[in-house]
Design a protein around this ligand. Structure first.
Ligand SMILES: [Zn+2]
Length: 103
């Protein structure tokens, strides 16, 4: 544990960051107002993913890696990586589209 002589500057709340550090959480990890789910395709497209549809299907305990093949990208990819990010989903990222929930 380190002691700082000066307090760190407050982090901007509007600055999202990835909450996944090399582990594969379940869908429940993406729940909450302080975080959101993103899909990142190998074509570099990234969009926010609404999770309600999957929650309605009872998939809350499923690993994010097992949900990757439920997404389709406009580039033709049939599997898209999922990441949990801090903060609310950016409305612009949601509106952009290009990746959609297939099932
Ligand atoms: Zn793609």
């Amino acid at each position: 544990m380190s002691i700082r002589s000066t307090p760190a500057p407050p982090r901007r709340a509007s600055e999202p960051r990835c909450l996944m550090q090399g582990f594969d959480p379940s869908l429940s990890y993406a729940m909450g107002d302080d975080r959101h789910l993103r899909a990142r395709c190998r074509c570099k497209l990234m969009v926010a993913v609404p999770i309600q549809q999957w929650l309605d299907q009872g998939l809350v305990g499923h690993r994010l890696s097992s949900l990757a093949d439920r997404l389709r990208c406009q580039c033709g990819a049939r599997s898209v990586s999922l990441e949990v990010w801090s903060g609310p989903a950016d409305p612009q990222a949601l509106a952009y589209g290009g990746i959609y929930v297939f099932r």
